[in-house]
Design a protein around this ligand. Structure first.
Ligand code: CA
Ligand code: CA
Ligand code: CA
Length: 131
């Protein structure tokens, strides 16, 4: 599971870039709560070279950076792992819609080593997984 996969999925016309329309769909898949203004603002921020399109590098590095920030924020003791029991709070705090139950199920599915904690890779799979 990687951000590049998300990029490929939303690059509908397969030109290797995300237009604002394509990006809008990706953003709304992530969280239906984003407003049009939010989305336009994100797009501008991510479009580092300002050419009005997002290339794969711009998109994936932004997603990874953003998720890393969320991860670090939730990883209060800084040991590189988030307890599965706290992932519900994490997911809802970044605007994902899920119930406590559906979240617990997803966590079980992505906790590859089954230790009851999510490392960053497992966390990425959790957040990007069903987009
Ligand atoms: Ca495209
Ligand atoms: Ca660009
Ligand atoms: Ca784990």
């Amino acid at each position: 599971m990687s951000a590049k996969r998300v990029f490929d999925k939303f690059d509908k016309n397969k030109d290797g870039k995300l237009s604002l329309d394509e990006f809008r769909e990706a953003a709304l898949a992530f969280s239906p709560n984003f407003s049009q203004e939010d989305i336009a603002k994100f797009f501008k921020e991510i479009d580092v070279d300002g050419n009005g399109e997002l290339n794969a590098d711009e998109f994936t590095s932004c997603i990874e950076k953003m998720l890393k920030e969320v991860f670090d924020f939730c990883d209060v003791d800084g040991d590189g792992k988030i307890p599965a029991s706290e992932s519900y709070v994490t997911m809802t705090s970044i605007g994902m819609t899920c119930t406590e139950e559906s979240c617990a199920e997803k966590v079980r599915a992505v906790d590859a080593d089954g230790d009851g904690y999510l490392n960053f890779e497992e966390f990425m799979a959790l957040v990007i997984g069903d987009i």
